[in-house]
Design a protein around this ligand. Structure first.
Ligand code: DQA
Length: 141
């Protein structure tokens, strides 16, 4: 089972960026813990601040991966193109967020991606990624 973890804009700054909201741990630490706690899953990861690179990776990985965990950052709330990419591929995608977007500014309450995803997990810090992975393990292993 191979799962892709795609992180969008500003998530490369995890650990330094608004730690009260997003935690004190880096993206590398998050991914290392994910791999350590789920050794039976092969985890590929990609981060970009560029919308088109996220779409290219989603399209390419969808051809042979079993599932994708996507934190699209701010593009969640703005990107028709990313939504269309999720709709275009057969690979299941779970949308995740570190913060509880529904408890924040109103513009974060709406996701353009959610309706094309298998589900959405938000508000559990980096455990949001683990919960998404648990779901893929439940349905795929
Ligand atoms: C985020 C929530 C988004 O609204 C925000 O733009 C981010 C991070 C989260 O993980 O909580 O960049 O996706």
């Amino acid at each position: 089972m191979t799962i892709g973890v795609i992180n969008g804009p500003n998530l490369n700054l995890l650990g330094q960026r608004e730690p009260a909201l997003y935690g004190a741990r880096s993206l590398l630490e998050l991914l290392t813990t994910l791999r350590t706690e789920h050794p039976e899953v092969t985890i590929k990861d990609f981060q970009s601040n560029v919308e088109g690179e996220l779409i290219d990776t989603l399209q390419a990985w969808s051809l042979d991966l079993d599932g994708i965990i996507l934190n699209a950052g701010g593009y969640t709330h703005t990107s028709v193109a990313l939504r269309d990419a999720i709709a275009a591929v057969d690979c299941p995608v779970i949308e995740v967020h570190l913060s509880n977007v529904h408890a924040r500014e109103e513009f974060r309450h709406h996701s353009l991606l959610a309706s094309e995803c298998l589900g959405v997990i938000a508000g559990f810090g980096e455990r949001s990624y683990h919960l998404a992975l648990e779901h893929f393990k439940n349905i795929l292993l």
